[in-house]
Design a protein around this ligand. Structure first.
Ligand code: ACO
Length: 326
């Protein structure tokens, strides 16, 4: 009996033109290229220009994903955007992008789960496509995290960047076997609200009336990240009746090279199977997974039939993973 699965049929991404290197940062704050590379693997990041908003980055990534899928906005009936840096407190960035794409139909909304946002958006979209409520969706991760940073705080300012990634997901009838079906085979999400103090923004429209700045206890976050990510990756493989040996590519949230390596090691996944973009993008929060996916699709690493393991962890804490057959 065939099953309805959400198949990724196009990817796209966009990075702002301005590049900020570690050396540029070292000229402003008490840090060094050596420290940043050794502790994080980051060499540079992109920064949005004045007047360039999260919706601009997301709309451009969406146009590129649509072009890759050979579709126009008319072919889409759902837009889900993962972001923690909306242009305005409301309306949702998704509706702004809907307008920028010239769409006068369909449904558009945002999902807030910070760095895990893309996994949350993908999971929600998968459910809406599987249920038959929608047929083709744009799932976008877009962030201008540079605007949440305290540029005087060297413990956080060096870690983040701006960017956007997008995928087009289409409901397709597949045979119903996780060993061969294309599309999303399984996804799992988690959250635990006890850890607000370890990673949060110290403002908001309903509390301070300001945007606030990102605050993080990096060492503690690091520990939780490795434990939670390896656990949810194992869980999602088990749900799909797969093993680490089936995984062709891990497409992880790009927070820190050491987190990527430690997580892969816990699951016995070879480091060369992990798509790494943190060196040139830094941590772009909800944009990092679709950005990394687009890079590995366009450079030919990801091939039809490959099993991908997507994963992310972020503020909340929130975390999640998805097994996807390309
Ligand atoms: N440049 C130079 N020195 C620095 C800098 C900097 N930018 N930042 C901190 N230091 C100093 C500290 O002050 C400290 O000095 P001290 O020993 O004299 O007190 C020393 O470097 C070591 O600091 P630690 O915080 O212990 O360094 P650590 O090895 O833990 O690395 C880091 C810090 C990179 C933040 C790491 O903990 C990390 O990556 N954590 C994960 C956080 C993360 O990525 N969060 C993103 C959101 S959640 C997620 O995406 C998973």
């Amino acid at each position: 009996m065939s099953v309805r699965r959400s198949v990724i049929i196009g990817t796209g991404s966009y990075l702002p033109q301005q590049v900020l290197t570690n050396a540029d940062l070292a000229a402003r704050i008490d840090t060094s290229d050596e420290w940043i590379q050794e502790r994080t693997g980051i060499r540079r990041r992109h920064i949005a220009a004045a007047g360039e908003f999260t919706s601009d980055l997301g709309a451009e990534a969406a146009r590129r994903a649509l072009a890759a899928a050979g579709l126009t906005p008319n072919d889409i009936d759902l837009i889900v955007v993962a972001t923690a840096t909306p242009d305005q407190t409301f309306p949702a960035v998704a509706t702004v992008i809907q307008h920028k794409l010239g769409m006068l139909h369909g449904v558009a909304f945002d999902v807030a789960a910070v760095c895990s946002g893309f996994l949350y958006a993908l999971t929600v979209t998968d459910s809406l496509l599987q249920s038959g409520a929608h047929n083709r969706a744009l799932v976008i991760g877009a962030e201008t995290f540079s605007r949440l940073l305290d540029w005087e705080d060297r413990t956080t300012a060096v870690l983040f960047g701006d960017g956007a990634g997008a995928i087009v997901m289409e409901a397709q009838a597949q045979p119903g076997s996780t060993a061969s079906d294309r599309g999303v085979l399984a996804c799992r999400l988690h959250s635990d609200g006890r850890y607000n103090d370890l990673l949060h923004v110290d403002g908001g429209p309903g509390s301070t009336g300001t945007t606030g700045k990102l605050r993080m206890k990096g060492k503690e976050v690091f520990r939780h990240a490795v434990t939670n990510l390896s656990s949810v990756m194992g869980e999602v493989l088990e749900v799909a009746s797969l093993t680490p040996a089936d995984v062709a590519w891990v497409v992880p949230h790009q927070a820190n090279l050491r987190i990527l390596e430690a997580t892969a090691k816990k699951l016995n996944l070879a480091p060369e199977r992990v798509v790494v973009t943190v060196d040139s993008h830094a941590n772009t929060s909800a944009a990092s997974v679709p950005l990394a996916l687009d890079v590995a699709v366009r450079d030919g690493r990801i091939q039809r039939g490959d099993l991908l393991l997507l994963e992310a962890m972020g503020g909340g804490f929130t975390w999640g993973a998805a097994a996807v057959r390309w």
